[in-house]
Design a protein around this ligand. Structure first.
Ligand code: PUT
Length: 368
């Protein structure tokens, strides 16, 4: 039942690849290349069409990670990932996004992925998100040969994917990193104990626990952080979000934000990899999402351990996961078998799709 405090956590997710990854050596140290060279004004204009604003940005040589008023955007020289929640109109930003890409020499995406799980409140969505068919009709204006998939049972947790492969995408496939693996864990019915971790304490509580200098700039070059960042950083440490996202070498960079009055988001970047987390802790519409392409080696744990950690961190009652693995990648032995028998959960679905360049797994689970 929708009421005035209900929120649509489940996100819309767009990923566009415009070229094969650049060889970093060929950039001659120029980190502002391709889409990474696009000015902030242009991104702001594009995002306004999706009804999003930028709250903060962290960068590595390989990626700019934007924390948005409604989720996240990751900009690489050759690809972009845009994830937005609520009643945002992500796809309304697509024409502007394609114009911006063409202004830096990318005429058409090699690969397009648009996906989302089933909405909690589909009737609240705005055009072109009013139904999956409406979204597909809209996407096919830009990608007439793109294919639409409904994965899983339509009366329970399911997931939609629109995928387009450009004619010249052999280049994309031959350049896929064998470790290219994108995992999404989409969780609902959070346990009361875990969702409490995502209700903000007061700043006084944070200062009592961490000291008055917590998150204060060390020198005058550093910006003063907002309350949202200070609370978000503290909550990321306390809730286990930081541990879930951190790479084994401790060099990942986290950008965490607590929304007023409620809601938590964080981006993590590490070299050319990312992780992103968004949490709606309200009991009647609780939802948490975790997405990452950090490799097993970089995390220092198996994909199964990462999934288990995510599910525990958010106390998921029910969850779905999607896993895109580049073909030829060193698939974790027995991952599929382990997923079929996930401890403490009942497996509802387990589906494997064979796509050009990728194998996709969709699985959904409910509390036993
Ligand atoms: N969300 C789509 C992921 C595709 C592979 N990186």
């Amino acid at each position: 039942e929708f009421n005035s405090s209900s929120f649509e956590g489940p996100e819309k997710l767009l990923e566009l690849w415009f070229s094969a990854p650049f060889n970093p050596g060929s950039l001659n140290g120029n980190t502002k290349f391709g889409l990474k060279n696009v000015s902030r004004d242009l991104w702001d204009d594009m995002l306004s069409r999706a009804q999003c604003k930028v709250l903060s940005v962290v960068s590595s040589n390989e990626v700019d990670a934007y924390l948005l008023s409604e989720s996240s955007m990751f900009v690489f020289p050759h690809k972009i990932i845009l994830k937005t929640c609520g009643t945002t109109t992500l796809l309304a930003s697509l024409p502007r996004l394609l114009e911006i890409a063409s202004s830096v020499g990318f005429t058409h995406p090699l690969r397009t992925f648009y996906s989302r799980k089933n909405f909690l409140y589909p009737e609240r969505q705005l055009a072109p998100h009013t139904s999956w068919n409406d979204e597909v009709r809209y996407l096919q204006l830009f990608f007439p040969k793109g294919s639409s998939y409904v994965v899983g049972p339509t009366n329970k947790n399911h997931w939609y994917l629109f995928s387009d492969v450009a004619d010249e995408s052999d280049l994309f496939e031959s350049s896929l990193d064998p470790e290219d693996e994108t995992l999404e864990v989409l969780m609902t019915n959070m346990s009361p104990e875990r969702s409490l971790q995502f209700y903000a304490p007061s700043l006084d509580v944070v200062h009592q626990s961490k000291g008055e200098d917590y998150m204060k700039p060390q020198n005058s070059d550093q910006p003063l952080l907002s309350t949202g960042h200070i609370l978000g950083t503290y909550m990321a440490e306390l809730s286990g979000v930081k541990e879930l996202c951190s790479t084994k070498d401790g060099k990942s960079v986290l950008d965490a934000f607590q929304f007023e009055p409620i809601g938590f988001s964080s981006n993590m970047i590490y070299k050319d990899r990312y992780a992103t987390i968004h949490v709606t802790p309200q009991d009647h519409c609780s939802y948490a999402s975790f997405e990452t392409n950090v490799s097993k080696t970089q995390f220092g744990r198996s994909t199964m351990e990462t999934i288990e950690k995510a599910v525990k961190t958010f106390g998921a009652g029910n969850f779905s996961l999607t896993l895109f693995q580049a073909k030829g990648s060193a698939h974790e032995k027995q991952l599929y078998e382990k997923l079929k028998h996930f401890e403490s959960y009942k497996r509802e679905e387990f589906i494997v799709y064979d796509f050009p360049g990728y194998e996709l797994v969709f699985a959904s689970f409910s509390s036993v």
